[in-house]
Design a protein around this ligand. Structure first.
Ligand code: MEV
Length: 314
């Protein structure tokens, strides 16, 4: 029996833009996906007991099988693998936007490696999970699997020429409370990524300046995070939400939850991840503000996760 886990994540700056080589900032959160893998005779069987959005596991079933097959191939376990019994659980809810797919891929890759007594480095786990992410995101940047593998607060820049991506740890004076609000809408990241690509191609005059703005925003955000100027960071988060609206990846539920959070005093709020549903994140330093914003979102009938950015790294 092999076991493994992967971190959930929240993208603070730059989702979608990162796919095109613009820098992004991502933080692991204190929730993980966990996997247990056992060799079996003939087929791959997944028992998915992660809690979360209704329909998440069902909706992602086909992509999940494709992702597992991609990992097995990447790990050179074909053709003699037989079957696998895979159990998935852990504290990370299956809300779209929290990197649940990447976290589960990292967890499964680690558990397979343990079950087959393979010595696999974290860098290799990251590469295997990146291969798996292609099933969920089509043309992923690699930011989700990187956060799921290494944890921490990271600066991420995809190398569009195919070389190693730039991954740097960002220091944060202390962990900071955030609230994640889930719209409950299961989003299709692949379709969202393709939509942005398509619109950027057909309307470069609108899109190229927005991508430039996203780059400047990420650079400024990194400085403000390092200065621990949380009011400034919050302001930049909200500006980032505006850019994501401009590139067409928000929706009325996300805009509503962002407004509710800001109305309750959140320092800033934005959608996080692929958009089109999924989750938003609000920066709410201190337990009191976190609770106030979380309750306001719950009172609107939505599920929340109270957590922190800048928590542990492996
Ligand atoms: C999804 O969490 C983040 C996206 O930018 C896709 C990716 O970077 O692979 C939308």
């Amino acid at each position: 029996m092999g076991k493994g886990s992967g971190f959930g994540k929240v993208i603070l700056f730059g989702e979608h833009f990162v796919v095109h080589g613009i820098p992004g900032i991502v933080s692991a959160i204190d929730s993980t996906a966990n996997a247990v893998v056992k060799k079996s005779i003939e087929k791959i069987d997944v028992t998915d007991e992660r809690k979360g959005s209704k329909g998440y596991a069902k909706e992602k079933k086909l992509q999940q099988f494709e992702s597992i097959n991609r990992m097995i191939k990447k790990m050179n376990l074909l053709p003699n693998i037989g079957g696998l019994n895979i159990w998935l659980g852990g504290s990370l809810p299956g809300f779209s936007g929290l990197g649940a797919s990447a976290a589960s891929s990292v967890a499964i890759a680690r558990a397979i490696a343990e079950e087959f007594a393979l010595s696999v480095s974290n860098q290799e786990i990251n590469e295997i999970a990146f291969e798996a992410e292609k099933a969920y995101a089509g043309n992923p940047s690699g930011i989700d699997n990187t956060a799921a593998t290494f944890g921490g607060l990271l600066w991420f820049e995809k190398n569009l020429a195919g070389g190693p991506n730039k991954i740097e740890e960002i220091s944060l004076k202390e962990p900071v409370e955030i609230v994640i609000g889930s719209t409950g809408i299961v989003a299709n990241t692949k379709a969202m990524v393709e939509g942005v690509e398509e619109r950027k191609k057909t309307d470069p005059q609108k899109y190229i300046p927005l991508f430039q703005e996203a780059k400047v925003l990420a650079i400024n955000a990194r400085k403000e995070i390092q200065n621990f100027d949380l009011l400034k960071v919050g302001e930049l988060l909200s500006i980032n939400h505006g850019l994501l609206r401009d590139i067409g990846v928000s929706c009325k539920e996300l805009d509503h939850l962002v407004d509710v959070a800001r109305g309750q005093g959140a320092y800033g709020a934005k959608l996080t991840g692929g958009g089109g549903g999924g989750c938003m994140v609000a920066l709410t330093p201190g337990k009191n503000l976190q609770e106030k914003v979380a309750i306001a979102i719950e009172n609107e009938g939505f599920e929340v996760l109270r957590t922190k950015i800048g928590v542990k790294r492996i």
